[in-house]
Write a protein that binds this ligand. Structure first.
Ligand code: BTN
Length: 252
């Protein structure tokens, strides 16, 4: 199996790197580990059909093709955890190198990466199943690297904003590929390490946070994530429940 990032396709402009990667996978053109990087996305997509905007040439928009050989569909959330941990690791390392507090970097379920309360990266994972197995996965990562001018207090931030340093996209890309490779290697092999690291970095863990549950406001305390990726929370009355992302969403 090739290492992640052994092949990197660099595109000046594309609708969405996830679309481009999915098409190439469907046509059998992209092998495992292929990375698609775009300087500009004209129709970047986020979770829940939201739009994803990046500053052209300043932020990272990339998709990683994974072709698991034996990953059951039931275990597919391991890919989301691995991807979030990979991005988390790179952001934490870059903050630490700049003398900042890496403990402020958290994973907001299911797979946003925050610095303090502001989002620095989002991940859109699109899996193709074949029977009960995952045949392919496109891991789309949007990481705000060098965008400027975000007012403090806003819900978004960038590496530049957090570290005060300009970062080359290639440096960040390299680190991300290596970090993805490290966490990918553990999928299906050392899921315990993945799960405990993910739970350890979970944003709002142990404190009451605002959600919507089936569209209605809801307060609950995140505790952990179960094997299928549902968030385990403690309700205000002390009961413990698990909800999937189609029902439960963080408000902020
Ligand atoms: C989110 O937080 O809503 C997920 C954002 C994912 C954005 C990335 S950018 C590269 C890849 N291509 C897309 O169209 N989306 C993902």
């Amino acid at each position: 199996m090739a290492r992640i990032g052994e092949t990197v396709l660099r595109l000046a402009s594309v609708d969405s790197t996830n679309n481009y990667a999915a098409k190439g996978v469907a046509e059998g053109r992209f092998g495992h580990g292929t990375v698609i990087l775009a300087l500009e996305q004209t129709q970047g997509r986020g979770q829940w059909n939201r739009e994803w905007l990046t500053a052209p040439g300043l932020d990272l928009a990339m998709s990683v093709v994974l072709l698991p050989e034996k990953l059951p569909a039931m275990a597919q959330f391991a890919l989301a955890k691995a991807a979030a941990l990979a991005v988390h690791g790179v952001v934490a390392e870059l903050l630490a190198n700049a003398g900042k507090n890496a403990a402020e970097v958290r994973i907001k379920w299911p797979n946003d990466v925050l610095v303090d309360r502001s989002k620095v990266a989002g991940i859109l994972i699109e899996n193709e199943l074949q029977g009960s197995m995952v045949a392919s996965s496109v891991v789309g990562i949007g990481l705000n690297v060098d965008s400027r001018g975000m007012e403090s207090g806003m819900a978004a931030t960038s590496l530049r904003q957090e570290t005060g340093r300009a970062m080359g996209l290639d440096l960040v890309l390299n680190k991300l590929c290596n970090s993805m490779e490290t966490w990918w290697q553990k999928v299906g092999v050392d899921d315990e390490t993945i799960s405990s690291a993910y739970a350890g970095h979970l944003w709002a863990k142990g404190r009451f946070a605002d959600f919507t549950l089936n569209g209605k406001e809801h307060r609950a305390r995140p505790l952990d994530v179960d094997a299928v990726g549902r968030l385990i929370v403690e309700e205000e009355d002390g009961t413990v429940r698990a909800y999937g992302m189609e029902r439960l969403r963080f408000i902020r």
